[in-house]
Design a protein around this ligand. Structure first.
Ligand code: ZN
Length: 161
């Protein structure tokens, strides 16, 4: 069965057979040598420290060969997603300034299109959509508040006249 590991050097996702877990692997993209571990399959940051802590030049079997077709066709020429950044923009628009909501909206809609076209890493789709919608909602709520206060202001002027 094939598993996906992320290279600690360039964080590219690579597909490898799970019989190679525990062996040394050579990243075809950046020539980083690292130990294949099950933890690498999660795209977490914790796995990165794990991999760098272990000595990449420890004696072991020769670097395994990649399933070249899978690595090359699926993950090359695909831009990394900006899901985390878009989600941060969405949250900033919620808690700080709704101006960030415009950024999350624009970036999110662009990136969702890129992912649907297969030009961007689709793993970030959930994050991107979350940031996108949070940005839109906070923007609309802020606009609603502004409209509300303008109406209140207009009514108060009319009552005084
Ligand atoms: Zn790499």
């Amino acid at each position: 069965m094939a598993i996906e590991v992320s290279c600690p050097g360039c964080s590219r996702l690579l597909r490898i057979d799970e019989i190679h877990v525990g062996q040394q692997a050579l990243c075809p993209a950046c020539d980083e040598v690292f130990t294949v571990s099950q933890q690498n399959t999660d795209e977490g940051i914790a796995s990165e420290t794990d991999a760098s802590a272990s000595n990449p030049f420890a004696p072991s079997s020769a670097p395994v060969s990649w399933d070249e077709s899978a690595a090359a066709t699926e993950y090359q020429d695909v831009a990394p997603h900006r899901g985390t950044l878009i989600l941060v923009m969405g949250l900033l628009s919620w808690f700080c300034c709704c101006g960030f909501g415009i950024v999350a909206w624009v970036m999110g809609s662009q990136d969702i299109k890129q992912m649907e076209a297969g030009r961007m890493d689709p793993n970030g789709l959930a994050l991107t959509k979350a940031g996108y919608w949070i940005g839109i909602i906070s923007l609309l709520l802020n606009l609603g508040m502004v409209a509300f206060w303008i109406l209140m202001f207009a009514f108060s002027i009319r009552d005084e006249m």
